[in-house]
Design a protein around this ligand. Structure first.
Ligand SMILES: O=C(O)CCC(=O)C(=O)O
Ligand SMILES: [Fe+2]
Length: 222
């Protein structure tokens, strides 16, 4: 059997990888992190300061301990608080559409935008956003959109100390800056999930950190 058939959603990951890569590279407002290990991009001022402030207040109202609320797989290493933002809120809708449009991905593949807040000492230990298809949870995820393709994550505020997003294999540490959107391909160009996308939200040392994340699936989510 060809390897292609052993990696779920491989062809779809390859296709969406290519579409999004082309679109981002053609956009002069998009910066590419210089590494061959993973496709990581950043956009400055994706959100305005006032949008960031409104989104942070929303996160305060929905945030619950991540491990209890999310059934985070392999829990115990995500000590932040998180929650889905209200999908009917006009700002949340607009931000979601802006991300869809920047990437050129059909919005039906996007999961609900999730907000996350870290107080001092809280962190999200190194993990991959893509699913381990040999684990039990994959049976459900396969049916509700399949493998995760791209991740878009926005920083909403400046953190006094700590709280960087650390791509541990790439060796890139990105410091939170309000309104900056990070985007990365969870797969390699050939559609294989990329081990080098391993990343952590490092512990906040001083201050509070707010981010929002939108994960995309290869197929319609849910
Ligand atoms: O907070 C961070 O810097 C990382 C968040 C993250 O990895 C995620 O939301 O998937
Ligand atoms: Fe992540």
């Amino acid at each position: 059997m060809a390897t292609t058939e052993l990696i779920p959603d491989k062809d779809a990951l390859r296709r969406v990888g290519e579409t999004v890569r082309k679109r981002l590279l053609a956009n002069p407002g998009v910066y590419k992190v210089p590494t061959d290990k993973a496709e990581i991009f950043a956009v400055g001022d994706f959100l305005t300061v006032s949008e960031c402030q409104r989104l942070m207040r929303m996160i305060d109202t929905v945030a619950r301990p991540s491990t209890l609320f999310d059934e985070e797989y392999g829990s115990g290493f995500r000590t932040s608080y998180s929650g889905d933002l209200n999908v009917y809120d006009p700002l949340v809708k607009a931000v979601g559409r802006r991300i869809d449009d920047l990437l050129g991905i059909n919005g039906i593949c996007g999961e609900s935008i999730q907000g996350q807040r870290y107080f001092p000492g809280q962190e999200f230990k190194a993990h991959n956003d893509w699913f381990y298809t040999t684990e039990d949870y994959w049976k459900a995820e396969r049916k509700r959109g399949g493998q995760r393709s791209w991740t878009a994550m926005a920083f909403l505020n400046k953190v006094d100390k700590g709280g960087e997003t650390h791509f541990v294999e790439v060796g890139a540490k990105i410091e939170p800056k309000p309104g900056v959107l990070l985007i990365w391909n969870n797969a390699l160009p050939d559609g294989t999930p990329n081990d080098n996308t391993l990343h952590a939200g490092t512990p906040v040392i001083e201050g509070v950190k707010y981010v929002l994340t939108k994960w995309y699936r290869t197929r319609r989510w849910k």
